[in-house]
Design a protein around this ligand. Structure first.
Ligand SMILES: Cc1cc2nc3c(=O)[nH]c(=O)nc-3n(C[C@H](O)[C@H](O)[C@H](O)COP(=O)(O)OP(=O)(O)OC[C@H]3O[C@@H](n4cnc5c(N)ncnc54)[C@H](O)[C@@H]3O)c2cc1C
Length: 162
């Protein structure tokens, strides 16, 4: 597969680890990672500590930046870019730059889907009221932090590990 084009959808733990692992296996591949959010390779596990002021500086949540991926690994990162469709016959992706709204076609030789998961919003009356948040991203934690000064009680739904 020398010189082939590898596209990766999702730029957090799975996508970023996969991209760097592929680069270590082959220096010739063109590797591009698409992430619909604004941040790649951030420390989800640090988000609760950011809300709780244990981690004070937001930058400490960023394990790696697009610049680091480019300079150290020659991996191109397209953040704020959503993958909308896959054409498996033509081996192309339709991607949208969420900042400009412009769509484009990206051909691939190999495709990695590392799109993770999203929080479950149970069908409970009032679930759409203000002050109810999921915690998965840096913007989520920013919103929760901004409401802390007015908060007297907090309820956490779900008692799993996270
Ligand atoms: C608050 C919190 C605390 C945690 N603490 C720990 C911990 O202490 N220890 C531990 O081991 N794990 C912890 N985890 C779990 C760990 O963060 C996850 O296992 C890990 O993030 C999963 O990585 P992932 O790349 O598979 O998926 P995700 O992190 O879900 O990333 C997938 C990415 O794909 C992007 N994406 C999806 N669809 C598209 C599309 N169509 N186009 C472009 N991009 C797309 C999404 O925007 C997302 O950023 C924690 C998670 C959270 C939320």
């Amino acid at each position: 597969m020398t010189g082939k084009r590898i596209l990766i959808v999702g730029g957090v733990a799975g996508g970023a680890s996969c991209a760097t692992r592929i680069r270590r296996l082959c220096e010739e591949y063109e590797i591009i990672m698409f992430e619909k959010g604004s941040y790649v390779s951030f420390a989800n596990c640090g988000l609760p500590y950011f809300i709780g002021d244990v981690i004070v500086e937001e930058e400490k949540l960023l394990v790696a930046t697009p610049e680091l991926f480019k300079n150290r690994f020659n991996i191109q990162v397209c953040s704020d870019t959503e993958v909308l469709a896959i054409d498996r016959d033509l081996k192309t992706l339709t991607v949208r730059d969420l900042k400009t709204g412009v769509d484009r076609i990206e051909p691939y030789d190999a495709l990695v889907l590392s799109t993770g998961s999203s929080a479950v919003w149970p069908l409970i009356e009032g679930i759409d009221l203000p002050g109810i948040h999921a915690l998965r991203t840096i913007p989520d934690s920013r919103k929760i932090r901004s409401e802390l000064p007015d908060m007297k009680h907090a309820v956490v739904m779900g008692a799993g590990y996270l």
